[in-house]
Design a protein around this ligand. Structure first.
Ligand code: UDP
Length: 323
């Protein structure tokens, strides 16, 4: 197949590109290298089967040209990570909303299936655990920057469902705290990257608040499995899927595990949220997906346990961080 991956040089996008090329697809990747990195796709640059377009998804004529040429689109390009979004709310809204509108509009024009990458951030601070795909969203006020990410992804999903109502094949995947090799060292959008960097450097491991907030950390291979299945399984069209592990871990326990697995002497310290995010930040206390739908319809099962995934991630970080 010919496949377009928007955000193809990004953390998740580049792993998806690896898998698609590995199974023999021809891949077009568009990425403006804002958070994506050329190093993530370096091994493929010489391949005849791989084409990198270093441009923004806001370039409508390029998107039109690319979508026309492929059989399937994985739309992952977005401004992601709570810290990025808090720092650049305008950029996040423009890329995530206008960019997606353009990609879906082109897909509608040429009638191409789209897998839209969305986020567990959609559920906001809902206290109804686990999160089911049809659950209500619970968000804070609009002057809290964090929620603009959730809202921008929700508009993307609304766009996708609007096109789906017209018959366009789409599937939406909501990622839950993916981690693995190629996470950005600066840790924007990933506590795992932050803690591993801190542990390897012997710096304090900074746990925000009481550290009892929890997440379900999902190893990248499982994130990619869910994404590929959403592209393949016909019965998944018109639906949204939680793609994540359902093993819940507190941030404090994550810090303890990373300290142990790296053999670090770093101390684990508690820091107030405002030191990292500024005043007025609101966190999500617990985030746990129901993966029943993804299991039943897509045949998705997360396979990599946290300890194993952390070991693989740490091994990669040792070679790539701080060089
Ligand atoms: N966090 C932390 N220390 C850090 C970075 C993040 O304690 O150095 C916390 C953060 O406040 C949140 C959780 O880890 O409670 C997950 O944050 P992340 O940015 O990885 O993703 P989120 O789930 O918030 O989108």
């Amino acid at each position: 197949m010919k496949i377009l991956v928007t955000g193809g040089a990004g953390y998740i996008g580049s792993h998806l590109v690896d898998r698609l090329l590995g199974r023999g697809d021809e891949v077009f990747a568009i990425d403006n290298l804002s958070t994506g990195k050329i190093a993530n796709i370096q091994p493929h640059l010489e391949s005849d089967q791989f084409h990198l377009l270093n441009d923004t998804i806001l370039n409508e004529s390029l998107i039109d040209h690319l979508v026309a040429r492929v059989d399937l689109v994985f739309h992952l390009a977005a401004l992601v990570g709570v810290k990025h979004v808090v720092a650049d709310p305008l950029g996040a809204i423009k890329t995530n909303v206008t960019g997606t509108e353009g990609v879906l509009g082109a897909a509608f024009k040429y009638w191409k299936k789209v897998v839209l990458a969305s986020s567990s951030e959609i559920y906001g601070k809902s206290a109804k655990i686990p999160f089911h795909e049809e659950d209500d969203r619970v968000l804070g006020p609009t002057n809290v920057g964090r929620w603009s990410y959730s809202t921008s992804k929700a508009i993307d999903e609304h766009f996708a469902f609007a096109y789906s109502a017209k018959g366009l094949p789409i599937a939406v995947v909501r990622y839950f705290n993916s981690y693995g090799p190629r996470l950005d060292e600066r840790g924007y959008g990933s506590v795992v990257a932050n803690f591993v960097r801190q542990a390897l450097k012997g710096e304090p491991i900074t746990v925000h608040g009481d550290g009892l907030q929890s997440r379900c950390f999902t190893y990248i291979d499982d994130t990619v499995d869910g994404t590929l299945l959403a592209g393949e399984v016909k019965a998944g069209e018109g639906l949204v899927f939680n793609i994540g592990s359902n093993a819940e871990t507190t941030i404090l326990d994550l810090g303890v595990a990373i300290k142990r697995l790296t053999g670090s002497r770093s101390e684990i310290i508690r820091v107030p949220y405002r030191e990292y995010y500024g005043e007025g930040f609101e966190d999500t206390r617990r985030r746990v997906p129901s993966i029943d739908r993804a299991k039943k319809i897509l045949g998705f099962t997360p396979k990599v346990k946290l300890e194993e995934g952390l070991m693989r991630t740490i091994a990669w970080c040792r070679d790539h961080y701080g060089n």
